[in-house]
Design a protein around this ligand. Structure first.
Ligand SMILES: Nc1nc2c(ncn2[C@@H]2O[C@H](COP(=O)(O)OP(=O)(O)OP(=O)(O)O)[C@@H](O)[C@H]2O)c(=O)[nH]1
Ligand SMILES: [Mg+2]
Length: 498
C-alpha cells in the first residue's frame, strides 16, 4: 500500500464524540494537503493522500477493552464510598489528630484523596514517549488538547490530566489550594514545585474513570537542585498514591543511571503497581527487540528485588501504524493486555481504596502505640529531682535501652516493616514536646468509648467487612468443588452497571 491509505472510520467518531476540536495548525495543514476537512476525511473512510500524514491504526480495541461506552458508577459504589469516608472520620482521623500523625509522616489523607479517581503515573527517562502515550490513549493527537511531545526533553511540568466539564488548564497553586482535590498536600513542596505542577481538565469518558499524571523525563546528568524543587520527594508522593505506575523505556537507550536507580528504590513496596513498558518498539527489528528485551532484564534485575518481577509490555503506544517488518501482532496483543490491565485496576478501585485506608489505619495505630510507650517510659523515669528534658532526651536518643520499639513489636498485628525509624521520633519530639500528649488510656470517654478500641475495630472488623461486601455475596467455590449457583462466572466489576 504505497501512496494512498484508508483511515479508519472510528477515528472520526471518537474525535467528535469526545468534543475535541482539532488544533488549528493541523487543521490548516490538512486542508492544504488534501484539499478537504481533515476530520471529515476520517468520517468518510475515504482514501487520503499520503502527504496528509502517517497512516493511523484502528482504535476500537481501546474503547472495547476499557468499556468506555458502557460503564457507569453504581449506587453501591457511592454507598461504599460513603461508608469508607465515615469509618475514616470516626475511627482513624481522631487518633491521627490526638497523636499528630501528620507531623511524623507529613502524610495527611484528605477526603479528596479517598474519593479521587484511580491515578496512573507515567515515569521514565526523557523522550521515551510518555506524553505521546497519553495523547494516544485519550485520542487527542493533532488537537489543541494534546500534550507537547518532541525528540528533545519536552515535558518540564507534572501534568495532571483529569476529567472536567470543559477543556481548561488549572494552575498548580489553584489545585493545591483546593482541599476537595487530592492534590492539596502537594503544597508542602513549595512554590518552586507548584510552578511546575499543572492540571488539565477535559470531558472524556476515560478520564471519568481514571486520572493520568505525566512527569518530566529523567535526565541522568541533572542535579536535583537544578530542578528547583525536591524531585525525589515529589516522585515519592506520586508513587505512594499511584494505582498504577507505567515505567516507560525506549529500547534504543536503556542506560540506567543514578536517578533511575533512586526511582527504583522509591518504588520498594509498590512493586505490584509497576508495569515496565518497552515503548517505541516499532523502531527495532524483531531480532534487535529480542536482544533489547534481554538487556532490559539484565539491567533491571539488581533494581527489582522481588520474587515476581513486574510485567513488561513491549509495544508502540502511538497512533501511527507499525512499521513494516516489525512484530505487529505481538505489539497489538501487548497493547490489548496493557489496556486490560488498566481496566482491571479501575474495576478494583474500591478494593484498593479500602486496602489503602486500612494500611493507613495500621500505621496510625502503631504511631499512637509508640507515642504512648514513650510517654509511659518518660513518666516512669521522671523522679522528684530529675531534669525532665534530660530524662526525655535520654529516652529519645536511645529508645532500645527502654525496649520501646521491641515492646510495640510484641503487640498483635504489628509488623517490623511498618515501624517508623527511631530517628523519625527524634525529629517528631523535637517539634512536638512529649508534655503535649496524653496516654492512650486517657483517650476514652463514657459515651464514645476509647480511641484505640475504635481504631482497632475499624482495622480488624469494619474495613474487612466493607471489603467483603464489595465481593460477590457467595464466595467463589474452591477449584474442583463447583456445584449450583455459585458456579456462574461473576462479573469482574461489582461496582458498575453494564
Ligand atoms: N517510533 C516511535 N516514536 C515514538 C513513539 N512514541 C513516541 N514517539 C516519538 O518519540 C518522541 C518523544 O515522545 P514524547 O512523548 O515527547 O516523550 P516523553 O517521554 O514525553 O519525553 P519527555 O517529556 O521529554 O520526558 C516524539 O518525537 C514522539 O513522536 C512510538 O511508539 N514509536
Ligand atoms: Mg513528555
Amino acid at each position: 500500500m504505497s501512496g494512498k491509505y484508508v483511515v479508519p472510520v472510528l477515528e472520526q467518531l471518537i474525535v467528535f464524540h469526545s468534543g475535541f476540536l482539532p488544533k488549528q495548525a493541523s487543521f490548516k495543514h490538512a486542508s492544504l494537503t488534501c484539499g478537504c476537512n481533515w476530520v471529515l476525511s476520517f468520517s468518510s473512510g475515504q482514501e487520503v493522500d499520503e502527504a496528509a500524514g502517517p497512516m493511523l491504526r484502528d482504535r476500537s480495541h481501546i474503547e472495547d477493552t476499557l468499556q468506555l461506552a458502557t460503564v457507569e458508577t453504581s449506587a453501591e459504589f457511592s454507598a461504599a464510598m460513603k461508608q469508607l469516608l465515615d469509618i475514616y472520620h470516626t475511627a482513624i482521623k481522631p487518633m491521627e489528630e490526638a497523636y499528630k500523625y501528620n507531623e511524623l509522616k507529613q502524610y495527611e489523607v484528605t477526603d479528596g484523596e479517598i474519593t479521587s479517581k484511580p491515578m496512573v503515573l507515567f515515569l521514565g527517562p526523557w523522550s521515551v514517549g510518555k506524553s505521546t502515550m497519553i495523547n494516544y490513549l485519550l485520542n487527542v493527537h493533532g488537537t489543541s488538547q494534546e500534550l507537547y511531545t518532541g525528540a528533545e526533553p519536552t515535558t518540564s511540568e507534572y501534568t495532571v490530566i483529569m476529567h472536567g466539564e470543559k477543556f481548561r488548564s488549572v494552575e498548580g497553586i489553584v489545585m493545591a489550594a483546593d482541599s476537595s482535590r487530592s492534590f492539596s498536600p502537594l503544597e508542602r513542596f513549595g512554590q518552586g514545585f507548584l510552578e511546575r505542577l499543572v492540571g488539565i481538565e477535559m470531558p472524556h469518558k476515560l478520564l471519568e474513570r481514571v486520572t493520568f499524571v505525566d512527569t518530566p523525563g529523567i535526565i541522568e546528568n541533572r542535579k536535583q537542585q537544578e530542578r528547583g524543587y525536591p524531585y525525589n520527594e515529589v516522585c515519592q508522593w506520586f508513587i505512594d498514591r499511584a494505582d498504577l505506575i507505567f515505567l516507560v523505556f525506549d529500547p534504543t537507550k536503556l542506560d540506567v543511571g543514578g536517578e533511575l536507580e533512586m526511582l527504583f528504590r522509591q518504588m520498594k513496596g509498590r512493586e505490584s503497581q509497576i508495569r515496565l513498558i518497552l515503548n517505541k518498539a516499532d523502531n527495532l527489528s524483531k531480532q534487535d527487540l529480542m536482544r533489547v528485551y534481554g538487556a532490559l532484564f539484565w539491567s533491571m534485575a539488581p533494581l527489582v528485588n522481588v520474587t515476581e518481577p513486574p510485567r513488561v509490555y513491549v509495544s508502540s503506544f502511538w497512533p501511527q501504524d507499525y512499521a513494516a517488518g516489525t512484530s505487529r501482532e505481538l505489539f497489538m496483543r501487548e497493547e490489548v493486555s496493557l489496556l486490560d490491565d488498566l481496566n482491571q485496576m479501575i474495576e478494583n478501585q474500591m478494593e484498593n481504596k479500602i486496602a489503602f485506608i486500612r494500611q493507613h489505619g495500621i500505621r496510625v495505630r502503631i504511631h499512637a502505640l509508640l507515642v504512648d510507650r514513650y510517654l509511659q517510659t518518660y513518666n516512669d523515669r521522671l523522679g522528684w529531682f530529675s531534669d525532665p528534658y534530660e530524662v526525655f532526651q535520654d529516652i529519645v536518643n536511645d529508645p532500645d535501652k527502654y525496649y520501646i520499639f521491641k515492646s510495640i513489636l510484641a503487640k498483635t498485628n504489628v509488623s517490623k516493616f511498618d515501624l517508623p525509624n527511631k530517628e523519625a521520633y527524634q525529629d517528631f519530639f523535637g517539634v512536638n514536646p512529649v508534655s503535649g500528649f496524653k496516654q492512650l488510656s486517657y483517650h476514652c470517654s463514657w459515651s464514645r468509648g476509647c480511641l484505640l478500641d475504635k481504631l482497632e475495630n475499624a482495622i480488624s472488623h469494619e474495613l474487612p467487612a466493607l471489603l467483603s461486601s464489595t465481593m460477590p455475596t457467595t464466595p467463589p467455590p474452591l477449584p474442583g468443588t463447583c456445584e449450583g449457583n455459585g458456579c456462574e462466572e461473576k462479573s469482574k466489576n461489582y461496582w458498575s452497571r453494564h
